[in-house]
Design a protein around this ligand. Sequence first.
Ligand SMILES: NC(=O)c1ccc[n+]([C@@H]2O[C@H](COP(=O)([O-])OP(=O)(O)OC[C@H]3O[C@@H](n4cnc5c(N)ncnc54)[C@H](O)[C@@H]3O)[C@@H](O)[C@H]2O)c1
Length: 255
Amino acid sequence: MQVNLNGRVALVTGAALGIGRAISLTLAKNGADLVLNDIDRPSAEALTQEIQKLGRRAVMAIADVSDYAQVKRSVNEALVHFGQIDILVNNAGWDKGIIPFLKTDPKDWERVIAINLIGLLNCTHIVGAQMAQRKSGKIINISSDAGRGGSFGEAVYAGCKAGVIALTKTWAREFARDNIRVNCICPGLVDTPLLAKLKQDDLGKKVLERIEQLMLLGLGKPEDIANAVLFFASEESHHITGQVLSVSGGLTFQG
Ligand SMILES: NC(=O)c1ccc[n+]([C@@H]2O[C@H](COP(=O)([O-])OP(=O)(O)OC[C@H]3O[C@@H](n4cnc5c(N)ncnc54)[C@H](O)[C@@H]3O)[C@@H](O)[C@H]2O)c1
């Protein structure tokens, strides 16, 4: 798919690897300039150079999405550089492993909630405010099919991802008056460093291979998610807001 994002600036969180990297490259190839948020500086640096080679402008925004002050500082720096952010992709996410709930450590819940839920609150609060001022914006949240149907061994993560869906719908209602569209994509399993990490132990491997078998169209590629993000970022989707799209190879069917 080719759309025209010339003159648009996109901020992608968790941009350096996996799905975020594919989203950033896809948006850049379609004309957008990029603000690349991540905590992994070397990988973010490499991606910045790759995007600049495509002829687009790109800056890093090194910040932990779970830290409001870090996000604010990095967004302010990006705004000095670009003057605006038109597209926000809330992609950064994390899970510790495939662990049955009763065996999880409460200390780990906080980190999962901080990245997968508070991270979105922080970024949307900060970037959404300047979008509302400019009466223009697109916000695309990356949830998960785990948030629609639950996922064995991922209770807290799935709970956060369900929260991402509710945030999408609520923000779509609140922000429509400011000409901001908010939509959400639910991947199934996608071949990324996160998936490889979750498959490292025996239970993770077993559970995830079983889910993979249930994906009618097989394991997803990061580009599959990026193409759906591109659609929601484009003017072609101007009449769509508050929607949840599974890009999961037929893993789930929601009414
Ligand atoms: N891979 C899958 O199978 C899958 C399935 C469903 C949903 N998702 C979701 O897709 C999104 C991307 O996942 P992925 O598989 O590409 O993950 P990944 O771990 O491969 O890449 C995530 C990126 O986010 C960055 N990151 C992690 N914590 C961060 C933080 N606190 N602040 C800023 N950046 C941070 C990492 O450094 C990394 O570059 C996540 O929201 C994830 O929950 C992934």
